[in-house]
Design a protein around this ligand. Structure first.
Ligand code: PEP
Length: 249
C-alpha cells in the first residue's frame, strides 16, 4: 500500500494584499521551518498578483506554493489569463483547478477543466482538482452521480495520477460551517479512488468545506482523507497552523 503524505492546502481566494501576504506566508513559513521534518506537505495558494511576494516569503522553508487557476494554452492572446508555464516560472508547484467558484461563478465546464489539467501537468504542476455536489444535487439524491461526472469529465485522456490531487468539496459545505459526516466524506473519497482505478493508489484525495482547527482532527484521522483544502481558516496563521498540526498523526 503506497504511503500518501498528507497535504494541507490554503486557498486565499481574492484576499490579502502585499503586506498582509508577506505577514501571513512569512509567519507560516517561519513556524514550518522550526518544526524539523514534517510528516505532511504545506501549500499556500495566494492570488496571482502575490505569487512572487509569497514565493519570496516562503523561500528556504518547507512551505510550497500553488495558484488558484490557469489557462489551457501555454501563451497567446488571452487577456487576463495566466498559463501553467507562467505559474511554474513564478515558483508554483501546484494549481487548484475546477474550484466551485470557477465552475459555478464563471460557468467553467468540466471539459475546460480537463484541458487546464493537461496543461498544468505538462508544465510540471500538480493539479488540485476540485469536485463536489451542489446543495440542489444533494437534495435530489444525485450527489454521488454529480461527483462521478465532475471527476470523470475533468480528467483528460492521458493524465498522470501520480502527479494529481483531487479534493472532494461539496459546494454546500464551502463557507457555510456545514459538513458531511466523516463516514460520508470517506465513502465519497473511496468512490473517487475507485474511479481513478489501480493507477490512483498514489493520488492524494483531500476534503474541503468549512475545515477549521476544531474539526480538522476528526477529518484527518480518517485514512481515506489525505489532507484538506482550506478557505477562510487559512487566512490566519493560527487557523492554518491549527489545522496543519492535526495532520501530525
Ligand atoms: C473552499 O473554498 O475551497 C473552501 C473549502 O472554503 P472554506 O474552507 O471557507 O469553506
Amino acid at each position: 500500500m503506497p504511503s500518501r503524505r498528507r497535504l494541507i492546502v490554503a486557498n486565499w481566494k481574492m484576499n490579502t494584499r502585499h503586506q498582509s501576504a508577506i505577514e501571513l506566508a512569512g509567519t507560516i513559513a517561519e513556524w514550518a521551518g522550526k518544526q524539523g521534518q514534517l510528516p505532511y506537505d504545506m501549500v499556500l495558494c495566494p492570488p496571482a498578483q502575490l505569487l512572487f511576494t509569497v514565493a519570496s516569503a516562503v523561500k528556504g522553508s518547507p512551505v510550497k506554493m500553488g495558484a488558484q487557476d490557469c489557462h489551457w494554452a501555454s501563451h497567446g492572446p488571452f487577456t487576463g489569463d495566466i498559463s501553467a508555464p507562467q505559474l511554474a516560472d513564478a515558483g508554483c508547484q501546484y494549481v487548484i483547478l475546477g474550484h466551485s467558484e470557477r465552475r459555478h461563478g464563471h460557468g467553467e465546464k468540466s471539459e475546460l477543466v480537463a484541458r487546464k489539467l493537461e496543461a498544468a501537468q505538462k508544465a510540471g504542476l500538480v493539479p488540485i482538482l476540485c469536485v463536489g455536489e451542489t446543495a440542489e444535487q444533494k437534495e435530489q439524491g444525485r450527489a454521488e452521480d454529480a461527483v462521478r461526472e465532475y471527476l470523470t469529465q475533468s480528467l483528460p485522456a492521458n493524465y498522470d495520477p501520480r502527479h494529481l490531487v483531487v479534493s472532494y468539496e461539496p459546494v454546500w459545505a464551502i463557507g457555510t460551517g456545514r459538513q458531511p459526516a466523516i463516514e460520508e466524506i470517506a465513502h465519497t473519497n473511496q468512490m473517487i479512488r475507485s474511479i481513478l482505478g489501480q493507477h490512483g493508489a498514489e493520488t492524494r484525495i483531500l476534503f474541503g468545506g468549512s475545515v477549521a482547527p476544531s474539526n480538522a482532527g476528526a477529518i484527518l484521522a480518517s485514512t481515506e482523507i489525505d489532507g484538506v483544502l482550506i478557505g477562510s481558516a487559512g487566512l490566519s496563521p493560527e487557523g492554518y497552523i491549527g489545522i496543519a498540526t492535526k495532520a501530525n498523526l
